[in-house]
Design a binder for this molecule. Structure first.
Ligand code: SF4
Length: 478
């Protein structure tokens, strides 16, 4: 998986002073969080569903080979084709071959993070095929030449004035004097422009939220219906999915679906939930003539049996990033990778290697909110800690951090010395806080106070305060 830029710190510094971005990020911080809380609170069995969903996925991952084989058999019986892609390169080649056989010039696409992961749009363009994104957010960022900044809301970093500017720049065939001031007029224009593209397309490509072993079905959830048009109007439908999207049965799928939209957008269900099984049958009124599924590994099987296996339970709801204070502060592009936020901080090094993505697990405060809201109960902070350990073991941690940790460890292993050092340092640091009791700068740790002040310590260590309290208690007891 490609990393667009490994410079998280530099990206984050720019994002923090980008006023427009900061305003847009407030929508994530408030809207998604409140809606999820309301939806989860209104469903008494929400927590039990999370336990079930975790167990379903754990069971599936323990028998992944069996369920994938069963799925392939069912797809084939329904008249479809399953293609196994070990790497992103394999997946691109398989998809291109299918498109070439259909002599495809235009391909419509439903929203799919997996095609972002394999860099499909650039590859198509290099090979003379025009990809047309049909999800509104994806369409907007395609016009801008950008990547998604959020896995369920790819254009969440933009405001409507920016979108209006893009539409006026690109939709030159429409009257200049048209009114695009309201979101609904932008939506109508995108719908009008995209509608005819569905009919022009030779192939429709979607991702899959789930693959069902019992029936050989692929499932997509959308709010715009664009995925359905993409997969039914083209003569050929290609579903691209990673291996871990498999679930054993329709019942399992329906259990996890009850969590997905609630965790993502706070809806009980997304507006469209579509199950596709094979190509169009004789009696079907519509549907594709050909149905292909490209199953991508791209490093996932190497996560099985490791401390990162639990990450493969992820259903890409986005709740972890919606609740992440780091994501709220810098947005998705700062991560410089396809998958941002806490889930990306764990998944990216797993897929790209620690040399490339190993710095991302450091973009966390370890507050634990991501784990507390993850519908699949994925222990994200624990896994980020594992990555940090591996980064440290391989000497990839920046020298300043290594020396800092070594210095701290020296004292931490010698409690008496530690207490002495802290008791000497504390009054000095406290005095530096002045009358406002705030530290505006910290020697050797300027990053902590670059964008905010640090409250000054009281002047006593925790142990001194505790000893004083105990002494008072004994005094009172006498
Ligand atoms: S890690 Fe959990 S919260 Fe984050 S996207 Fe995946 S399922 Fe959703």
């Amino acid at each position: 998986m490609e990393i667009t830029t490994p410079k998280f710190k530099e990206n984050a510094a720019k994002a923090l002073v980008d006023q427009q971005l900061q305003k847009a990020l407030k929508n994530v911080e408030k809207g998604f969080v409140e809606k999820r809380a309301a939806a989860a609170g209104a469903l008494p069995e929400f927590e039990a569903l999370r336990d079930n969903a975790r167990d379903i996925k754990n069971h599936t991952l323990a028998h992944l080979d069996l369920y994938l084989e069963a799925y392939e058999k069912k797809v084939t019986e329904a008249g479809g084709h399953v293609h196994w892609a070990e790497s992103a390169e394999d997946a691109r080649r398989i998809i291109l071959d299918i498109c070439r056989k259909r002599n495809a010039k235009t391909v419509t696409k439903g929203k799919s993070m997996i095609t972002e992961e394999i860099g499909l749009n650039d590859f198509f363009e290099k090979n003379g095929i025009e990809p047309v994104e049909t999800d509104l957010g994806e369409y907007i960022i395609q016009l801008r030449g950008e990547t998604p900044s959020h896995i369920i809301a790819p254009a969440v970093h933009l405001n409507k004035e920016q979108v209006e500017g893009d539409f006026r720049r690109v939709h030159k065939h429409l009257p200049e004097a048209r009114d695009l001031t309201e979101p609904v007029s932008l939506l109508s224009e995108a719908r009008e422009v995209l509608r005819k593209r569905y009919f022009e397309a030779d192939v429709g490509i979607t991702g899959a939220n789930f693959l069902i072993a019992e029936t050989g079905s692929s499932v997509i959830v959308t709010n715009e219906g664009n995925g359905d048009l993409t997969q039914t109007l083209g003569k050929c439908h290609i579903a691209v999915a990673s291996l871990e999207k498999i679930v054993p049965t329709l019942e399992d799928c329906s259990q996890i679906l009850r969590l997905l939209a609630r965790s993502a957008t706070g809806q009980d269900m997304s507006v469209y939930t579509t199950f596709s099984t094979g190509p169009k049958r004789v009696e079907d009124p519509d549907g594709p003539e050909e149905y292909h599924v490209v199953l991508l590994d791209n490093g996932r099987t190497s996560m099985l049996g490791t401390e990162f296996q639990e990450m493969l339970r992820c259903i890409r709801c986005g709740a972890c990033m919606n609740h992440c204070p780091v994501y709220h502060a810098v947005g998705g592009h700062a991560y410089g990778a396809v998958y941002p936020g806490p889930m990306g901080a764990v998944l990216t090094p797993s897929l790209s290697g620690i040399d490339i993505g190993g710095h991302l697990p450091n973009a966390s405060t370890f507050c634990g909110r991501c784990e507390s809201v993850c519908p699949m109960r994925i222990p994200l902070p624990k896994m980020m800690r594992h990555w940090r350990e591996r980064e440290f073991e391989r000497n990839l941690t920046p020298a300043a951090a290594r020396y800092g940790l070594g210095f701290w460890a020296y004292f931490a292993k010698r409690p008496k010395l530690y207490r002495l050092a802290v008791s000497l340092a504390m009054p000095v640091i406290s005095a530096l806080g002045g009358s406002k009791r705030r530290l505006r700068r910290l020697p050797l740790a300027g990053g902590w106070t670059k964008y905010r002040d640090l409250p000054a310590p009281e002047g006593r260590t925790f142990l001194q305060a505790w000893e004083a309290r105990e002494a008072r208690k004994q005094e009172t007891a006498r």
